[in-house]
Ligand binder design. Structure first.
Ligand code: GLV
Ligand code: GLV
Length: 331
């Protein structure tokens, strides 16, 4: 008998076909997110779950007694209760690597947009406000090339951003990370820095941290205070690594020049969030990995992890904190 799985969002046909070879499956194929009660009902009998953002709690696991694996179609897995999953022996997987380049592209989009005021001027032109040449200092942007960028979090995506910055834009790259990366320092001429000097010296400050207890509100009032008054702050990782109130205050008080944000503390962002009223802030609806190819690759990778997990193989992308569930005692 084939293992049973539930697919909690629409996925490409090819990916669905791949799963159908190995699993008996049901799918939520509507665009709006699946309501929680329906999801809980669907997971009561399944061995595996494919989901965009698995909010996996102890209670959830109790409603899914047969569950062996939750396969996230995302790199972030901050909604997994890792302790509960470990206790129950439920494997969690995610989709690293396949989205790194797409997210790094978007990070550069935010860097270029916020410094050269692309979105702001796009509105300006389309709103019919372009009546004369904008040859005045108040309209000028900031250079990206040869500027200093400080990257906080040098994981897979951080590395791709560093490569673009160093090789493409000839920027000076500072980075902070739990582990130093000598091979990348060599390759891109980048320099490890403690947090405070990185904040003090960077024209662009990027956070590229996964959300965990230790990174919650990692950037707050004290950190914004250290940044240059012309600094641009960019976040396309997780909104909650930043104290958003402190960011708003820093922008209101002119402590920093602007921001480029793909993520927010609460998503979708509330319409009355002051960030949405600021011309010097570029806001996007969490689209870091949202290209056709990348989203296809993520769905396929997640499907492969799912199938491996329900057929007794070791999935390729088990999240680091749950590796112990798949390691054989002899390994
Ligand atoms: C997107 O935010 C992801 O975690 O893949
Ligand atoms: C980002 O920090 C990553 O895990 O790639």
């Amino acid at each position: 008998m084939k293992p049973k799985v539930f697919i909690a969002k629409p996925i490409p046909k090819e990916v669905e076909e791949y799963i159908s070879h190995y699993c008996e499956y049901k799918i939520w194929d509507q665009q709006e997110p699946i309501p929680k009660d329906i999801l809980l009902n669907e997971v009561a009998e399944v061995d595996g779950l494919l989901t965009p953002k698995g909010v996996i709690t102890k209670d959830f696991l109790e409603k899914a007694p047969k569950l062996k694996i939750v396969s996230n179609i995302a790199v972030g897995y901050d909604a997994f209760d890792l302790t509960a999953m470990k206790e129950r022996g439920v494997i969690g997987t995610h989709t690293p690597y396949v989205l790194d380049e797409a997210v790094a592209d978007l990070a550069f989009g935010l860097i270029l947009d916020s410094s050269r005021r692309i979105s702001e001027f796009n509105h300006f032109v389309k709103d019919g406000k372009w009546k004369q040449s904008l040859d005045r200092a108040e309209w000028f942007g900031q250079d990206v090339h040869h500027a200093t960028v400080g990257i906080i979090g040098m994981g897979r995506i951080g590395e791709k951003i560093a490569r673009r910055a160093a090789l493409g834009f000839e920027m000076n790259v500072l980075y902070n990370s739990t582990r130093k990366k000598p091979e990348l320092e060599e390759k891109y001429g980048m320099v490890y820095s403690e947090i405070n000097p990185l904040l003090e010296r960077s024209d662009f400050v990027l956070v590229m941290l996964p959300l965990k207890d230790s990174t919650y509100h990692f950037i707050g009032e004290e950190q914004f205070r250290l940044m240059k008054s012309n600094a641009i702050f960019v976040n396309c990782s997780r909104g909650q690594v930043v104290d958003e109130k402190a960011l708003i205050k820093a922008l209101q008080e002119g402590q920093i020049r602007g921001a480029g944000l793909d993520v927010f503390e609460v998503e979708p962002v509330a319409i009355d969030n002051p960030l949405l009223k600021m011309d010097n802030v570029v806001t996007l609806p969490h689209i870091g990995s949202a290209t056709e190819k990348t989203r296809f690759d993520m769905a396929m990778k997640a499907a492969e992890n799912l199938v491996a997990g329900v057929t007794g193989q070791v999935p390729e992308n088990v999240v680091p904190e749950l590796q112990s569930l798949v390691k054989s005692p002899s390994a």
